[in-house]
Ligand binder design. Structure first.
Ligand code: TRP
Length: 348
């Protein structure tokens, strides 16, 4: 059986370093591993619209931004098809058929949907479009016969619902859909990067993100003003590395090479943590190290982004070709689905 990747981003804002460690970095590694037969990366504009329907211009602008972010981190159009969800009509036909296979109660139990409803103040009146996006996401995944869905931990409940749909569909209509597996980042610190203010999640509305497109000065300022251990007042005080975003970022980004290059007086990141825990190590020194690591990681991304920004025609062509390929693939799946559901009437 072919090994196929499908993953996606909601184009609601520029991507930040939480997206980078949570999914982009892994996506590039998988792309370049040569282990996958086909790779589809979706700009999920229809999903983004489910909670931004009153701001279509925001979604439209960010399709381009997120495409740029993906290309800048190393998505290679020769290996990965970058596609725009709204331009693949077969997805929405699949979505319609899958809706029969999921109950309202099942979606209500989805913890990610639950917390999103809360965050958006939708409690009393959830739009049906938003509520049903997990089913739409199952269409995104199965349309491409995806075997592997590399995503952050918050997406696990979506993949779970998708797997249930596949199971039910195949039981009722005969083996038709491919059962996908989730692929989480290996690095534990990458599962969910906190905001620079120490809040659980990096989010645009909280203003606690470091963006992939931030210039060096902005990255410097954001790192230097990061929240750390509030009880670590004097350098001599013992510090806590556990819920300390500076150390969580280091866990997610710093390699032994970074330690060897920028932290001459420490053997390893663990040695730095031990010193901080004991007391006697100031926040500024740790932040300076983090800044070097982040700047080194972001520099090549910024450079590629700057080049791509000057060539909008190229980006458009990448999206056009990726979307075309996606349409072919999704139509084949839809045909299989309709055949097995006895929903084809006219033979051509
Ligand atoms: N829900 C995903 C997110 O918020 C984006 C997404 C849309 C997606 N369709 C997908 C992810 C299909 C994986 C597979 O990040």
């Amino acid at each position: 059986m072919k090994k196929i990747i499908l993953t996606g981003d909601r184009p609601t804002g520029q991507l930040h370093i939480g997206h980078y460690v949570g999914s982009l970095r892994n996506r590039i590694k998988l792309q370049n591993s040569g282990e996958y037969d086909e790779i589809y990366l979706m700009l999920a504009d229809v999903q983004a619209l489910t909670d931004n329907f009153d701001h279509p211009e925001k979604v439209r602008e960010n399709v381009r931004e997120v495409a740029l972010d993906n290309l800048a981190v190393g998505v290679d159009p020769e290996k990965s098809h970058l596609l725009i969800q709204s331009q693949v009509p077969a997805l929405f036909e699949l979505f319609t058929y899958y809706m029969n296979l999921v109950t309202v109660a099942r979606v209500q139990r989805n913890p990610t949907v639950k917390s999103e409803i809360k965050m958006r103040g939708f409690q009393a009146s959830v739009p049906l479009g938003f509520f049903s996006y997990p089913v739409s996401q199952a269409a995104d995944i199965t349309a491409f016969d995806a075997t592997t869905v590399p995503v952050g931990e918050d997406q696990a409940p979506m993949i779970e619902i998708c797997r249930e749909i596949v199971q039910r569909f195949n039981t009722i209509y005969g083996k038709t859909l491919v059962m996908p597996e989730i692929l989480l980042p290996e690095n534990k610190a990458s599962l969910r990067l906190p905001g620079t203010d120490g809040k659980a999640k990096m989010s645009k509305s909280l203003g606690n993100c470091i963006y992939l497109a931030d210039d060096p000065k902005t990255v410097h300022d954001k790192v230097m003003s990061m929240y750390t251990d509030p009880n670590h007042l004097r350098i001599s005080d013992p510090g806590n590395v556990e819920d300390n975003p500076v150390f969580i970022y280091l866990d997610a980004f710093a390699t032994q090479d970074h330690v060897d290059e920028y932290l001459k007086d420490y053997e390893s990141l663990d040695a730095l943590k031990a010193h901080y825990t004991r007391g006697g190590l100031g926040d500024v020194k740790v932040k300076r190290f983090l800044e070097k690591v982040l700047q080194e990681t972001l520099e090549p991304i910024r450079k590629r982004r700057a080049i791509l920004e000057k060539d909008p025609g190229y980006v458009e062509e990448v999206l056009r070709q990726g979307t075309e390929k996606a349409c072919e693939k999704a139509s084949e799946t839809l045909q299989r689905v309709k055949d097995n559901m006895q929903m084809t009437y006219f033979k051509n």
